[in-house]
Each structure stands twice: as C-alpha cells, then as structure tokens.
Design a protein around this ligand. Structure first.
Ligand SMILES: NC(=O)c1ccc[n+]([C@@H]2O[C@H](COP(=O)([O-])OP(=O)(O)OC[C@H]3O[C@@H](n4cnc5c(N)ncnc54)[C@H](OP(=O)(O)O)[C@@H]3O)[C@@H](O)[C@H]2O)c1
Length: 244
C-alpha cells in the first residue's frame, strides 16, 4: 500500500482527496490511497509520519504551508525561495518539501496570456501570493503587490484608488486573497472596477465558485477572466510527479 494524504487544520471540503481517489480508480492504481489528516498543530506531523509507515507523499494546506518548513529534512530550492511548501515527499523516513502551487500558477498563466507584454498587480501577501510572485519573477513579468497595509513594497487598496493610472498600466490583475470564495461569495477585492477595460486580464486563484464576484465585475467591463481550476489541476499533477 502507498499512502498519500493532505495535512491541514480543517479539511472537510478537500479537492485533493476527490482528485487523487478518482485518479487512482481511473488509472487502476489499486495499491494507492489518499487520506485526510487534520492536525491541531504542525508539531503533530512527525508523529503522523512515524505512525503510518505507508506514507509516501503529502499535500499541505492552510495554515501549515509556511510553518511546516522547519519540520522538514530538505526543502527544494524554489520552495525555500518562496517560503512555502505544499508538497512533501517521504523517502527513507526523510521529509522533503516542494512547492507545486508555483508550477501550477506559472504554467496556467503562460497557457493563458502567452507572450503578451503585461505588468501585473498581485492582490494579497499570503502563501499563494509568494508562489505567484516567484512565477512572475521567473517569467520576467513586472509586478506590484497590493495589500490592506501599505509598506515599502506594497500599495494599499485606498492608494490604488487615488492613482488610477496604476490600474490602467497594470493589465494583469491576480487575486491571491480568499475574497469571493464560498461561502463568502459576495466579497471581492476593493478595486475601482470602472477602470477595468477590455485590455485587462483578471486571474482569480479562487476556483469555488467558478466565477467569483471579482471575475464577474471584470467580465462586465470587458476583461478576459480566468479562475484557479487549471492551476489546481496542474499543481495536483505536479505533486504526483514529485512523489513518483
Ligand atoms: N487555485 C489553486 O491551485 C490555489 C492554490 C493556492 C491557493 N489558492 C487560493 O488562494 C487563496 C489564498 O490562499 P493563501 O493560502 O495565500 O491564503 P491566506 O494566506 O489566508 O491569505 C492570502 C492573503 O489575502 C489577504 N487577505 C486575507 N483576508 C483578506 C480580506 N478579508 N480582505 C482583503 N485581503 C485579505 C491577505 O493579504 P494582506 O494582509 O496583505 O491584505 C492575506 O495574506 C485561497 O482562496 C486559496 O484557496 C488557490
């Protein structure tokens, strides 16, 4: 038996479990199993790995993607640069961390915008934002980060409203905040959507619902839109490649 699984705090609605269980069925991988492991704290990780000798791979979700790093024996260079791990490979009792969100976002963005020359606005500064920023850097796409709190590196949403030229010149807008995700479907990043035009590309990492309020408002102003489903599938397949 090869055991895979997801660690996180609250895991009632897991895309990964459904995705891998269907994959194992469809591909006749009868010795593979994917389970959910709710951990009250990340300190429980080593106990979990020691108690289940069959574990060969884990996905990591909120709130452990960053705090898991000190628990690992090795961390892949890109995951270390990002500062977040969402895939763990277990080999000879050693835990090795990777970031497949980075890969999923990068591939899906290239599939969508191709070689268009764009400047990006990245909304939010959490773990997903860090993977997005690493991908933008590697694609040589200039970016500006927007946060609820202005810092030397970030613009606030209110200052963005006071400088409309920033939205005009940054045609790729990426939502890495959880705003708009079920059940809070009426929330959206606080932008002046009247400035969005048919020159804009709005990418939402949220995939549930399929069209978030952020994407809907962009669409109403003629923007091209994309949700996080392709990224989700690409990061899951990359997890599988890493484990095997
Ligand atoms: N499609 C995929 O494959 C994929 C992969 C990873 C994540 N995601 C999705 O991406 C989203 C973010 O994930 P994450 O792990 O980075 O989450 P997170 O760390 O909880 O939040 C990301 C950032 O969003 C901003 N934010 C949070 N609450 C906000 C609010 N009420 N108003 C405005 N901004 C707020 C914060 O940035 P500031 O404090 O700087 O404002 C925060 O750091 C989630 O919905 C997740 O499901 C999708």
């Amino acid at each position: 038996m090869s055991l895979y699984g997801l660690i996180g705090k609250k895991l009632s609605h897991s895309f990964s479990k459904k995705y891998f269980t269907e994959k194992f069925e469809n591909e006749g991988l009868h010795t593979c199993k994917y389970e959910l492991f709710e951990l009250d704290s990340i300190a429980e990780l080593s106990k979990l790995v020691h108690s289940k000798a069959d574990i060969v791979g884990l996905n990591v979700t909120i709130p452990y993607k960053e705090v898991v790093i000190p628990m690992l024996d090795e961390v892949h260079e890109k995951a270390r640069e990002i500062g977040a791990v969402n895939v763990i490979k277990v080999r000879d009792g050693k835990l090795i961390g990777f970031n497949s969100d980075y890969f999923g976002f990068k591939e899906s963005l290239v599939n969508w915008v191709g070689a268009s020359k764009l400047h990006a606005l990245v909304l939010g500064t959490g773990g997903a934002s860090k993977a997005v920023i690493a991908a933008l850097k590697d694609l040589a796409i200039p970016y500006q980060v927007v946060s609820r709190k202005a810092t030397r590196q970030t613009l606030s949403y209110s200052s963005l409203k006071e400088t409309p030229q920033v939205l005009n010149s940054h045609r790729l807008i990426i939502n890495t905040t959880p705003l708009g995700m079920l059940p809070q479907i009426d929330s959206a990043p606080d932008l002046d959507y009247s400035l969005i035009s048919n020159n804009h590309y709005l990418y939402d990492l949220v995939y549930n619902p399929e069209v978030t309020r952020f994407l809907k408002m962009g669409q109403e102003h003629g923007a091209m839109i994309k949700n996080g489903i392709e990224m989700l599938h690409l990061q899951a397949e990359m997890s599988w490649k890493i484990w095997n």
